[in-house]
Design a protein around this ligand. Sequence first.
Ligand code: ZN
Length: 249
Amino acid sequence: MTAFAVISDLHANLEAVEAVFHRIEQLGIRETVCLGDVVGYGADPGPTTRLVMQHCKWTIKGNHDWGLFHGAEDFNPLARDALMFTRRKLQPSVFTPGRRAAWQFLRDLPERREDFGYLFCHGSPRDPVMEYMLKSDGFLDPEKMSQNFQRIDSPCFIGHTHWPGIHRPDFRFSHATDEQCEFVIAGPCIVNVGSVGQPRDGDPRASFAIVYDGRVEIHRVAYDFRATQAKILAAGLHPALAERLARGK
Ligand code: ZN
């Protein structure tokens, strides 16, 4: 039986990433794929990127990874400041040639992947790096939903909104919770694996998915977010980026 883990939106949160990799190993899962936003917001972009390079079968590009190498005008002020910080931490120079591998890894990430018979994107099937598939799109923007569903005939995995759950072919969204964390996947459906490093669904625990033949489980792992908060503050990043980790918002 195939079983693999899907992680997304790590956002340079090393404590959350370590906790998630540890849990994946405990579960006996040997392959992990990463849907991007390895960096941005958090204080540990270098160590987080190197862990991903070591542990993941492949990684695709998120909007924050993209933003490192492009203008940051489209980002909100908090995200923009964090991108500047991330560039300072990661960009190689003649004095820091050891950074080159991680920098090139992030620069060269592909925008989408097909593997295990599924499609994987950071944002959405039609706009893989930037577009948000919101839980409300089923009734607020059915045109967007149908255009995305037209592009898939099998399950697709995404991240980007930091809200774990499943968009069904009738466009309804089911939020993944402790009570409902396992979903059958067959035919077209879009599974959001949630965020490892900055959950926003009101649950501060790191979120990721394990995919088995025909089903997906959303897992949550508690981690030492106070250590992460202390590093964000010490790095001079905006206090809101630390504070939200305690609330999962
Ligand atoms: Zn993200």
